[in-house]
Design a protein around this ligand. Structure first.
Ligand SMILES: [Zn+2]
Length: 325
C-alpha cells in the first residue's frame, strides 16, 4: 500500500479499529442491525482489523485497508429518521462566500451541485439565490433524497460515479461537498468526476472534520475517525498536494469557530460514548450514572480541557478551491 496522496511507503500506525470498537458507534441501533453491519464490515476488510496510519512524508492520515463503506453498508447504516443538521457553520460560511463572489452579478443563473446533500438544508437555502432548475444534489440515503425532491430540486439517489455522463460535462460552476471527502477512498475517481462536471474557473467548497481536533482526541484514545465510515483525515498540506496536482488552486480555509463550552461538551459526550458504561440502558439510573461520569471526566482530562480553548481545535475544517484549467 502506498500513501494515496504522495505515494510514500513510510507510515506510522496511529491506532487499530476492530468490530468491537465499531459497536460503540451503533448504540442507537438494534442488535440485529449491529450484527448485520459488523458482518458487512468484516467482509469489506476481509478480517476484523483496520489500521489508521499517518504518512510520515505528507501527513495524510488514512485507513489500511483503504476501503470506504459500500452502498450496502450505508443503506443498512442510515435509518429513515436520520438526524440531519438544520443549519451548520459550514453552510453559513459557504453561503456568505457564494453571495459575496461576484459571478458578474448574475448568481441566479449559476449552476450548483451539492454532493452528499443530506436532507437538503443547504440546497434549500441557496435556492433563494440560484434558480432551482440550476441546482442538483446527490444523496445516498433514500429519506434525504426524497426530502430534496419534494422541494423540486433534482436529486440523484446514488453516488458521485453517476455524474460521469455527457449531460453533466462542464455543467456546474459551484461544487459543494460538506463532510463527504473523509468517507471516500477512490480519490482518483472522485477527482475525475469533479473535473468532468465543473466549468473552468469553478469554485468548490469542502468541509471535513478538523485534523487537529481529531489528533487531540486521539491523544486520549478517543478515535472518532472510524473506518469504513471515515477512511481519511485531511489538512491544509494534503488538500494543496492533492487538489493542486489535479487542477484546483487552494484559495482559503477556516477552522470552525465554536464556543469553549461547546467544545468541552462535545469532548465529554465523546468520552462517555466510548466508555464501558455507555452500554448501561437502565432508564433513570443509566442517566444518573451518565451525568456523574461526565462530571468525573473533566478533572481527569484537565490538560486537554485547557487545550480546547485554542481556536485550532474547532470541530470542522472548511476549504475553498478554484479550478484553474
Ligand atoms: Zn503521503
Amino acid at each position: 500500500m502506498l500513501c494515496p496522496i504522495c505515494k510514500s511507503k513510510n507510515f506510522k500506525i496511529l491506532y487499530e479499529i476492530n468490530s468491537r470498537y465499531i459497536k460503540k458507534l451503533l448504540l442507537n441501533k438494534s442488535e440485529s442491525k449491529v450484527n448485520e453491519l459488523i458482518q458487512i464490515v468484516k467482509e469489506l476488510w476481509e478480517g476484523d482489523l483496520c489500521n489508521f496510519v499517518k504518512c510520515q512524508n505528507c501527513s495524510y492520515i488514512f485507513a489500511i485497508p483503504f476501503i470506504a463503506g459500500s452502498e450496502e453498508f450505508y443503506s443498512c447504516f442510515y435509518s429513515s429518521n436520520e438526524n440531519y443538521p438544520v443549519w451548520k457553520w459550514d453552510f453559513d460560511i459557504t453561503l456568505k462566500e457564494i453571495i459575496n463572489s461576484s459571478f458578474n452579478g448574475k448568481l441566479i443563473n449559476e449552476s450548483l451541485i451539492d454532493i452528499g446533500a443530506g436532507d437538503g438544508a443547504f440546497v434549500k437555502k441557496i435556492s433563494k439565490f440560484i434558480d432551482k432548475k440550476n441546482i442538483n444534489a446527490i444523496e445516498y440515503s433514500e429519506y434525504g433524497c426524497k426530502k430534496i425532491s419534494e422541494f423540486a430540486i433534482t436529486c440523484l439517489p446514488t453516488d458521485f460515479k453517476a455524474l460521469l455522463k455527457d449531460e453533466y460535462k462542464d455543467k456546474f460552476s459551484i461544487i459543494c461537498m460538506f463532510q463527504l471527502l473523509e468517507h471516500i477512498s477512490d480519490l482518483e475517481l472522485l477527482i475525475k468526476v469533479i473535473n468532468w462536471i465543473s466549468k473552468n474557473n469553478s469554485i468548490m467548497f469542502i468541509t471535513v472534520p478538523n485534523y487537529y481536533a481529531r489528533e487531540l482526541y486521539d491523544s486520549v484514545k478517543i478515535h472518532e475517525d472510524v473506518p469504513p465510515i471515515h477512511v481519511s483525515r485531511w489538512n491544509r498540506k494534503t488538500f494543496k498536494l492533492f487538489f493542486e496536482r489535479n487542477g484546483w488552486k487552494f484559495q482559503k480555509d477556516f477552522i470552525s469557530d465554536e464556543s469553549y463550552i461547546s467544545k468541552i461538551k462535545r469532548f465529554v459526550i465523546s468520552k462517555y460514548r466510548f466508555s464501558i458504561i455507555s452500554n448501561i440502558k437502565i432508564p433513570f439510573i443509566g442517566k444518573v450514572i451518565k451525568y456523574f461520569y461526565c462530571l468525573f471526566v473533566i478533572p481527569f482530562n484537565i490538560l486537554l480541557i485547557f487545550k480546547l480553548s485554542n481556536k485550532k481545535f474547532g470541530n470542522s475544517y472548511w476549504v475553498c478551491l478554484r479550478k484553474i484549467k
